[in-house]
Design a binder for this molecule. Sequence first.
Ligand SMILES: [Fe+2]
Length: 381
Amino acid sequence: MVFYVKQGRMPESRHTYDSRESILREELFGEESFEGPYSLLYHLGEPTRVKSLSRKEKGSLAKGSQAEMRHRHIKSFDIEARGDFVDGRIPLMFNSSLVLSVVKPLNETKRLYRNAVHDEIWFIHKGSGLLETMLGNIAFQKDDYLYIPKGTTYRISGASGIEAFLVESRQRCSIPPRYLNVYGQIKEGAPFYTRDIRVPSLAKPDDSPGEYIVMVDYGDYFLEELRDRNPFDVAGWDGYLYPFAISTRLMAPIVGKLHQPPPVHETFSSPSFMLGTFLPRKFDFHPRSIPISYYHSNIDTDEVLFYSSGNFMSRRGISPGSITLHVRGLIHGPQPGAMEAAIGKEGTDEIAVMVEAYEPLMVTSSALKAEDAGYMESWYK
Ligand SMILES: [Fe+2]
């Protein structure tokens, strides 16, 4: 749920037409059947017009093998770029609700994509590009988040220059409800504001004939939809469900006299996980504060951190592109010497994304291949 947006042309009332000669084809694009957030889209042509459907196996996108629980460090910077923005996704961890991947496309593509089962949150680690969707376009750059609701038909232009951390969630992701007042507006005190949210800008509708491929992603396989008209033929839309971008550069991290717990850094929430962002900030101002995370047991969650930029004071051996997994059942916290080294430091320039998954996370064979095998011993040595 964000806020009401209206773009382009549409009839005065829903479920009606303006001109008998050029009836716009209304599509309700909505979550949770007819009860959740939705938008109404007005197509030039019939959105149901599909020439053929064929099943395609995912190949390198397969989730791979499971492994036992342990703290891990995955060096995602060692994983090679591959494919386009569709098959350049490399899943690293997953459970029944979530898939966490890095995306490192090598090539541009004309093909389109639609995630049938997951909402997507992209964190742009490197590069910039254009998210082109049926509801319009959003330019993005490093340190942006992109939120793309399931069912959105889209393409990423400039994908060959980007690297991203991607969270796919079966359950709907949203701005944390505790940030909203009863009127739906983001409250004072939240680390970002409505003005920071960038909505799609609707392009001129295009229903040109041609050959258009939409890769519909069902998690374990694709259906390849072949269309003979451009699906970006929306003349207007309005509603509450749409992709958006938000820049971490505009966010205002919450700091305090004493070390603040991760929930103050929350950016998105869902019934199956919470996502937070650690941003450049001043440290705690108590004269004897220890400005670093205390030891903690995540009794009910597995905690993933994607380290994007800055100096990661709390973790030895971590570089931009590192991903750590700290699992339930095993205590974690500062490595030996980190606490002493942190005392007296005034701030950090780090940007890191945290995902707390409420169901145990399995790791994929791609993750194991890029693992720093000595990480578990980093608290012992
Ligand atoms: Fe932690």
